[in-house]
Design a protein around this ligand. Structure first.
Ligand code: 5GP
Length: 198
């Protein structure tokens, strides 16, 4: 596969990683394209199929698993499957772009393990689990039960932070944006230098 870079942003739900990833995608110099995951969960009101996710049935998801189509996949929450199709990376690298992922901690670390040289793995840390709860409630995209499920998982997810290349504290969004921009720019420049030496 043509040699773009992989940039993983992982974090507990509600930590603001999607906002950071969306911000980075707006910066042309970073040459990023978003890895669109497949999921069996229902689309939220504003979400677009083929842009935010490929929304597919559980049955179709399971047939992709069987066919070995996923680079990684997880049942992130019970009965909610999420996965990165191998074709996503091929699609983006073929365009000469770097891939940015917004995925859960297990999936993120799996990608890092599969592509250790190419991958920058960043963990976005929310100020606290209480703050997460406030943000998820404010977002109003999940039921009380689903919010509790996400909160229960957050502590387990927080414990994986040291396994990432970097941890960004998302206390103030402006600072988190700047830090993320610098990290990605640095990672991409490393590639440029290597190419120049060839
Ligand atoms: P949400 O339902 O809030 O969009 O996503 C729930 C969680 O699943 C988030 O942590 C999100 O980053 C993660 N996720 C999204 N796509 C993937 C994927 O392809 N693989 C894995 N492992 N997790 C994903």
């Amino acid at each position: 596969m043509a040699g773009g870079k992989l940039i993983v942003f992982s974090a507990p739900s509600g930590s603001g990683k999607t906002t950071i990833v969306r911000h980075l995608l707006e910066i042309p110099a970073l040459n990023l394209d978003f890895s669109i995951s497949a999921t069996s969960r229902e689309p939220r009101e504003h979400e677009i199929d083929g842009e935010d996710y490929y929304f597919i049935s559980t049955e179709k998801f399971k047939s992709h698993i069987k066919n070995g189509d996923f680079l990684e996949w997880e049942e992130v929450y019970r009965d909610n499957f999420y996965g990165t199709l191998k074709t996503e990376i091929e699609r983006i690298w073929a365009k000469g772009k770097n891939v940015i992922f917004d995925i859960d901690v297990v999936g993120g670390l799996r990608i890092k393990k599969k592509y250790p040289e190419e991958t920058l793995a960043v963990f976005v840390k929310p100020p606290s689990v209480d703050e997460l709860k406030i943000r998820l409630k404010k977002r109003k995209t999940e039921s009380e039960e689903k919010i509790n499920m996400r909160i229960a998982k957050a502590s387990v997810e927080m414990a994986t932070a040291p396994q990432f290349d970097y941890i960004i504290e998302n206390d103030k969004l402006e600072n988190a944006f700047k830090e993320a921009e610098q990290l990605v720019m640095q990672h991409i420049s490393e590639k440029k230098r290597e190419n120049e030496e060839e």
